[in-house]
Design a protein around this ligand. Structure first.
Ligand code: COA
Length: 329
């Protein structure tokens, strides 16, 4: 039994924030942002728009492409670190918005790797025969978490908002998820993290913590970069080895969109040109758990792959977590 991806969908907010906008709000430049990250613009939510709204829109498109009724879904898994509320997870909101009654739903907080983590879990449910149709989503609103000032410029320019979804269906055919590999190395967690509001003190948020800016994401960019350019190729190779594939058998690598320079370094280490490593970061920035399904939707629309092609998804992010999935489309 395999899990076939029978529908995908994505959604980004309408509001476009350009590098020129960033120049108004902090000491940065279009030249710095583009040369360091490849990002030209990103989409940010407007007041009243939330991660669960983006998740719903992406899910409805995936359900439509799958040609199923929403009621056929028997499990919902959402990768996100930016749920609308501190609890419960965004999956409960999405489950309700889609009118799914009492179907099981939960969140996965594996940051940029969360879509692949969620895909892997959905795949295990299907292989075990516990579920037949699983909705897997990556949805993030990072913009409301950012320190939009000179102090936060190293992270604020990198992140965007968005959502992507995939419907997995049990199938006995050739097409589907061939393998997934999940990794974490928690000893590096403070190199990319958001400390507050934490449950290890009472109250969880104080004026002092806010003044110290401990509720903003903190990143050691160089260390993240160094680890990412090692872990991406490693986990892509792991996916190929598990399926006895050579790089020539892979039609397209769809990496988490963290940074164009990371993707270029990955292509170099894998000995392939950037034609084989999909990139759309210039339009969206880093949308965390949403970046792979958004990229998957665009690559399909652009005719970058077709039925029968082998794809590899790969991600690296906070935790540190990293992961890959090999998929026969
Ligand atoms: N605009 C202008 N200058 C900026 C800036 C910004 N938005 N952000 C940081 N700088 C400055 C720094 O303060 C530093 O100045 P200094 O030399 O006077 O101290 C200078 O630019 C160089 O910073 P550095 O960190 O060496 O740049 P870099 O080449 O490493 O690029 C990142 C910075 C963040 C783009 C890069 O480290 C990176 O991409 N890391 C991985 C990030 C990532 O992918 N995160 C998500 C993981 S899922």
């Amino acid at each position: 039994m395999k899990s076939q991806i029978i529908g995908i969908g994505s959604c980004v907010p309408d509001k476009v924030v350009t590098n020129a906008d960033m120049e108004q709000w902090m000491d940065t430049s279009d030249e710095w942002i583009q040369s360091r990250s490849g990002i030209k613009e990103r989409h940010w939510v407007s007041e009243g728009e939330s991660a669960s709204d983006l998740a719903e829109s992406a899910s409805r498109k995936a359900i439509e492409m799958a040609g199923i009724q929403a009621e056929e879904i028997d499990l919902v898994i959402v990768g996100t670190i930016t749920s609308d509320y501190f609890f419960p997870g965004i999956s409960a909101q999405l489950q309700d918005k889609l009118g799914l009654g009492t179907v099981g739903a939960f969140d996965i907080k594996a940051a940029c790797s969360a879509f692949i983590y969620a895909l892997s879990i959905g795949d295990q449910f299907i292989r075990a025969g516990t579920a037949e149709t699983v909705l897997v989503v990556g949805a993030e609103v990072q913009s409301t978490a950012l320190n939009i000032s000179d102090e936060g410029r190293d992270t604020a320019v990198l992140f965007g908002d968005g959502a992507g979804a995939a419907v997995l269906k049990a199938s006995k055919g050739e097409r589907g998820i061939l393998s997934t590999h999940l990794h974490c190395q928690g000893k590096h967690l403070k190199l990319l993290w958001c400390e507050e509001p934490g449950s290890n003190h009472h109250p969880r948020m104080t004026e002092d913590l806010l003044k110290e800016a401990r509720h903003y994401p903190m990143m050691n960019g160089r260390e993240v970069f160094k680890n990412a350019v090692t872990r991406f190729p490693e986990v892509i190779q792991e996916a190929m080895d598990a399926n006895q594939l050579s790089i020539d058998d892979v039609a397209l690598i769809i990496p988490h969109q963290a940074n164009l320079r990371i993707s270029q370094a990955v292509a170099k280490r894998m000995g392939v040109s950037m034609d084989k490593v999909y990139s759309n970061i210039h339009k969206y920035g880093n949308t965390t758990a949403a970046s792979i399904p958004i990229a998957l939707c665009e690559a399909l629309e652009e005719g970058e792959f077709s039925e029968g092609d082998t794809l590899i998804f790969a991600a690296f992010g906070a935790g540190f977590t990293w992961a890959s999935a090999a998929v026969k489309w």
